[in-house]
Design a protein around this ligand. Structure first.
Ligand code: FAD
Length: 377
């Protein structure tokens, strides 16, 4: 079996790389320190059409093939996990609407999400419900032609800047998904700062107090909120994060090789010490293995193979573990310098820890993967 990019994919990869090298990579430490991504950079990204990579062309998107979408995430992940989180949750909302939205929702919202006129976010987690997301406590009830939402969501990436939110709630005990506009009366956004990693992801807590939204904002059917709508969004999120971790692993590898080539101890460059070589060899091997798992997930997605869900979980699980190990080793290779703000590897390590928690923690991925295994998939 040969795995190679098409000429079109290689061309796109080049343009992603150029954009990231010019517009994101040099500023990623600043984003981290300032806990913000500048809107002008998001606008430049949007001008490329890349907020709409997963949206069908008939709704104003680029409808990129799944591998090109992955390559874009890899390049972004190489530079800034916070920027990656922005596109992750935006694509999650796009995916939910593309898969389960009404004709009106697709025609009205998707073109605006595709061109960056609005930014999307994904609201599932609550203060009391994280991994146990099926049982979220936010409630919805139907009254006088509207749904009325009450409850709160926590750790919502890009909640501070998003315009449109996918909110998962229980409607008389049945999980439902709704879209909520940020200026809806009764909808409140409170910034969360000073996280360990993803520091520029502009997280927020969302509070809904008798927040009335029109009936047309229900996404999918009553009862589909978790099993169908959130599941589609989470599958997209895991795919984006898995590829982003490949990029993060590459960044660790490149930083480590560069440092080990310059730093001398015991009269030798540290790259010549075999214990350093072991760490670099593991990084190279594991980055390649993670990329192959991502290619596999992307290929299965492109053929709509039912195994794509499991393949995506496996890719996210392996790639996030790989990024956590690679970034920890990258700090090790940099010694004290790696623990300082002089080098980005400490950011990589902080961001990689988050990768093991979001989009379903790695324990949740292990449970899912084992369950698929028991079913003989
Ligand atoms: C930077 C960041 C950004 C985020 N962005 C978003 C977002 O945009 N939207 C959103 O909805 N959420 C978001 N989250 C929340 C994230 O999805 C949750 O943190 C995650 O699902 C885990 O939930 P929890 O933190 O409540 O941990 P818990 O569910 O309380 O779990 C705590 C620990 O117990 C383990 N655990 C739980 N249940 C089991 C079990 N059955 N077996 C074994 N181990 C178990 C978990 O793996 C974890 O290690 C974000 C989180 C972070 C840190």
């Amino acid at each position: 079996m040969r795995i190679e990019l098409t000429p079109q994919q290689s061309k796109q990869q080049e343009s992603f790389k150029h954009f990231v090298d010019d517009e994101i990579f040099p500023y990623a430490d600043d984003y981290d320190q300032q806990q913000r991504i500048p809107m002008k950079t998001i606008k430049k990204f949007a001008e490329k059409g890349w907020l709409g990579v997963t949206i069908p062309t008939e709704n104003g998107g680029l409808e990129m093939d799944t591998i090109s979408w992955g390559l874009l995430c890899e390049e972004i992940g190489r530079a800034s996990s916070s920027f990656l989180s922005l596109i992750t949750v935006h694509y999650m909302l796009c995916k939910a609407l593309t898969s389960w939205g009404t004709d009106f929702q697709k025609e009205y919202w998707l073109p605006k999400l595709a061109n960056g006129e609005i930014l999307g976010a994904f609201g599932l987690t609550e203060p009391e419900f994280g991994s146990d997301a099926k049982n979220v406590g936010t409630s919805a009830h139907f009254a006088d032609g509207d749904y009325v939402l009450n409850g709160s969501k926590k750790w919502i990436s890009c909640g501070q800047i998003a315009d449109l939110f996918l909110i998962i709630a229980q409607c008389d005990g049945a999980p439902c998904a709704f879209i909520v506009e940020k200026n809806t009366p009764g909808f409140f956004v409170e910034p969360i700062n000073d996280m360990l990693g993803f520091r520029a992801a502009m997280l927020a807590e969302l509070r809904m107090k008798d927040c009335r939204i029109p009936e047309k904002n229900l996404v999918g059917k009553i009862g589909f909120g978790f099993s169908h709508v959130a599941a589609a969004a989470l599958d997209s999120g895991r795919y984006t994060i898995a590829w982003g971790c490949v990029g993060l692993g590459r960044a660790c590898q490149e930083a480590s090789i560069s440092y080990a080539t310059e730093r001398k101890q015991f009269d030798n460059y540290i790259k010549d010490h075999q214990l350093i070589q072991k760490m670099i060899a593991d990084m190279i091997t594991n980055v390649k293995a993670a990329r192959l798992l991502c290619f596999n997930a992307g290929y299965l997605k492109s053929t709509k193979d039912p195994q794509m869900i499991m393949a995506t979980s496996i890719a996210k699980y392996f790639a996030s573990k790989m990024a956590a190990k690679a970034s920890s080793d990258a700090v090790q290779i940099h010694g004290a310098n790696g623990c300082s703000s002089l080098y980005p590897v400490q950011r990589y390590m902080r961001d990689a820890k988050i990768m093991e928690i979001i989009e379903g923690s790695n324990q949740m991925q292990q449970i899912l993967i084992a369950r698929y295994g028991y079913m003989g998939i």
